[in-house]
Design a protein around this ligand. Structure first.
Ligand SMILES: [Zn+2]
Ligand SMILES: [Zn+2]
Length: 181
């Protein structure tokens, strides 16, 4: 029993870190390219990035604006789970690693954190959470993404950005001679 809990806990950590890479791929190829799914490209690149821009005033939601196109569609999480469930089950079947529930929990928690951070970034209300160093770092990291769309593709966990060479420091924005994206 305790070995199963340990195994699933390790799976949770492993697949939570994997979530950063999954988000990176998803953000780059489904949100910023019309190649695979036009609907996600339109919702994100055409609407979200046009409505919310780099400058602080346009980065945040304005009175009278729709609050749609900040969060993903409600069915995104069931789709992510539906996509990963058979993969985790196969993985568990062909290895001795009990990882299915840890993996599903990691995907679910990752999505909720992603959505909450992203929503608070664009709709700030002075929450205590917004003053935390982790949130302030993530907020500037994502604000930079709203200027350089193919950089800083992670919202709250820049692991994949760091590993895949797309991490851009907010301090570097606006240096002479650079153009957006
Ligand atoms: Zn955004
Ligand atoms: Zn984007």
């Amino acid at each position: 029993m305790s070995s199963t809990i340990t195994s699933e806990s390790i799976a949770f950590i492993f697949f939570f870190l994997y979530g950063s890479f999954c988000e990176w791929v998803f953000h780059k190829h489904l949100f910023h390219s019309p190649q695979f799914i036009k609907r996600t490209f339109n919702a994100h690149t055409v609407v979200h990035h046009q409505r919310y821009k780099y400058e602080p005033e346009s980065y945040k939601w304005q009175e009278g604006q729709e609050k749609d196109h900040i969060a993903m569609d409600w069915f995104a999480l069931p789709l992510f789970i539906g996509f990963h469930l058979p993969l985790f089950a196969l993985f568990e079947h062909f290895t001795v690693w009990k990882c299915l529930w840890g993996g599903i929990a990691a995907i679910t928690v990752y999505c909720f954190i992603y959505e909450y951070f992203h929503y608070c970034m664009h709709v700030p209300t002075g929450r205590l959470f917004e003053r935390s160093p982790v949130f302030r770092f993530a907020k500037e990291h994502h604000r930079t993404h709203h200027k350089y769309m193919l950089q800083n593709l992670n919202v709250f966990s820049p692991l994949a950005d760091l590993c895949l060479g797309t991490c851009r420091s907010p301090a570097s924005v606006g240096r002479a001679g650079e153009t957006s994206n």
